[in-house]
Unconditional design. Structure first.
Ligand code: ATP
Ligand code: MG
Ligand code: MG
Length: 549
């Protein structure tokens, strides 16, 4: 623990180990509610919880916080497990808060028996009217001082399904005058005749979040229960239940949630984007979801590096998405295979190269990785280069191609532009060039020095592909600071499809696990929509941070 300074949570954990709290044990959990796909904010929490366990020889549970029967689905459970594993973590136990429904019911009974919970029959409006304000105490419910026996009987009958939804709740008897509004006799159980994805129709009463979360931590003997800052005011209640129930004292620790520029980070909003077809699904490459990032070509290492770089804050903040892009660029620079693809083609004819001849040129796969090996790239008389790599009337210091100018073709030869062919509208349609046979890469004896190197693809060997270029999904940096609805701020140009580009034939063997650098064009990966008939590539990120406000 010397290579970096400790974050405030590590300080707490190290102190607990030193004082042998819980025998020095570290047991964390990641507790997603299975009501959507995980996003980059969850990734931060995953890296934090599993990272602490790794660092301190501890364990991490994956616990599905599935106490709300209405919003949860098995599809989400599967996607969450897949995403956690993809990030590189394996949980000690897979648990479901719904497995604790019996235990939680017993806890509620215990509170009633201690005179610390009561069944309230008022309407929610009546209860709200009694809540008071932060500066004025609330009013006690007329049902607050019911006998233990009556409460036990009514709670049992709530469970039996004898009362309609909304007619009764179980409340904890804490303090109607507390300055913390959450302690003013919070509701801990409500009636809901809803089918649950795991417990089916066994229950018609369900515990509220505050009555389920801390107790679940306690049941699992979680030592450090890390959550986001919104829960700071819930902590006294978390501790109150533990104290009154006399159960294992898990400790809640809050940190600031991750917010990213140019995106939203709430499952509810992400679900709206999916349902209302602003994106193609949870894994749309523009989504800040883990599945979206994966499909976009992000690597697990880059997401982990990002989580590490942003650190652990105690105050809410907004992280620039370009930091995330920096992290993936750094990782892809190390691992991506360098290939050639022409996105906007201009034909070049090498007039002194024999017709029908093909040469296989040596191309190293990754100059950053000696182990990456090489492949060959076919060269012939007809090539595509990028349209933007030619200018008829270039400015000074233009190192690409122009009439009379010379460039090197990557892995190949130096060529000179001799003639510009145009159509009736004056559009350049073709360049006629000559190549210097002695200038072959790796064995150049020409003595000619050129400044520019262009990527290219051989026309007869070229493979057609589609590429998808992405921009920010939203037009403003800080969506939380906006009064307009987030759906009014969607960037209409967040996806640019180029239906026909040319890539080198080697890319026919690409898989969705591979990462490529299209030389000079960015990092790309094969999209899951791709087929052997139609290759489709996503641009993960540009080569440099070229994005300007
Ligand atoms: P959302 O509002 O996006 O639905 P949530 O907090 O309701 O998020 P949960 O499934 O309850 O989603 O989250 C599981 C865990 O991930 C929680 O411990 C939560 O604190 C953490 N988490 C969620 N969003 C973020 C975020 N933006 N930054 C850091 N941690 C987060
Ligand atoms: Mg939650
Ligand atoms: Mg939520």
């Amino acid at each position: 623990s010397t290579e970096k300074s400790l974050n405030f949570i590590e300080v707490i954990v190290e102190e607990d180990i030193k004082t042998q709290k819980h025998a020095g044990r570290v047991h964390t959990r990641f507790p997603p509610e299975p009501n959507g796909y995980l996003h980059i904010g969850h990734a931060k929490s995953i890296c934090l919880n599993f990272g602490l366990a790794d660092r301190y020889n501890g364990k991490t549970n994956l616990r599905f916080d599935d106490t709300n029967p209405v919003t949860e689905e098995t599809e989400y459970v599967e996607s969450i497990k897949n995403d956690v594993r993809w990030l590189g973590f394996e949980w000690e136990n897979e648990f479901y808060a719904s497995d604790y429904f019996d235990q939680l019911y017993e806890y509620a009974v215990k509170l009633i028996q201690k005179g610390l919970a009561y069944v309230d029959e008022q309407t929610s409006e009546q209860m709200a009217a009694q809540k008071g304000t932060p500066t004025e105490p609330g009013k006690e419910s007329p049902f607050r001082n019911r006998s233990v026996e009556e409460n036990l009987d009514l709670f049992q009958r709530m469970r039996n399904g004898e009362f309609p939804e909304g007619s009764r709740v179980l409340r904890a008897k804490v303090d109607m005058a507390s300055p913390n509004m959450l302690l003013r006799d919070p509701i801990i159980y409500r009636i809901k005749f809803a089918h649950h994805h795991r417990t089916g129709d066994k229950w018609c009463i369900y515990p509220m979040y505050d009555f389920a979360h801390g107790q679940s931590d306690s049941i699992e003997h979680i030592t450090h229960s890390i959550c986001t800052l919104e829960f700071i005011h819930h902590r006294p209640l978390y501790d109150w239940f533990i104290e009154k129930l006399e159960i294992f004292p898990s400790q809640q620790i809050e940190f600031a949630r991750l917010n990213l520029t140019y995106t939203v980070m709430s499952k509810r909003k992400l679900l709206q984007l999916v349902n209302e077809k602003f994106v193609t699904g949870w894994d749309d490459p523009r989504m800040p979801t883990i599945s979206g990032l994966r499909r976009r070509g992000y690597t697990p290492a880059s997401v982990r590096a990002f989580a590490e770089k942003i650190g652990v804050a105690k105050r809410d903040n907004l992280i620039d998405v370009s930091l995330l892009e920096f992290c993936v660029r750094e990782d892809l620079n190390k691992i991506a295979t360098r290939v050639m693809a022409v996105l906007d083609p201009l034909k070049v004819i090498i007039t002194n190269y024999p017709e029908g001849q093909t040469e296989e040129l040596y191309a190293e796969n990754n100059p950053e990785d000696a182990e990456a090996g090489h492949r060959t790239v076919p060269f012939s008389r007809e090539l595509y280069i990028e349209k933007e790599d030619f200018m008829e009337n270039p400015p000074k210091k233009y190192f690409r191609l122009f009439p009379g100018g010379m460039v090197r073709l990557k892995h190949a030869y130096i060529i000179r532009c001799d003639e510009v062919i145009k159509d009736a509208n004056g559009e350049v349609t073709e360049l006629h060039c000559t190549y210097i046979p002695e200038s072959k890469s790796g064995s150049d004896t020409s003595g000619i020095n050129v400044k520019g190197t262009l990527h290219w693809v051989s026309v007869p060997h070229a493979v057609e592909a589609e590429v998808r270029l992405y921009d920010r999904l939203f037009t403003v940096e800080d969506l939380a600071a906006e009064e307009r609805d987030f759906k009014e701020l969607i960037n209409p140009d967040s996806l640019q499809v180029i239906e026909k580009v040319y890539v080198e034939p080697w890319l026919k063997q690409a898989t969705t696990k591979d990462h490529f650098q299209f030389i000079r064009k960015g990092y790309f990966n094969l999209d899951t929509d791709s087929t052997s008939e139609k290759l489709i590539f996503n641009r993960t990120v540009t080569l440099k941070d070229t994005w300007t406000k």
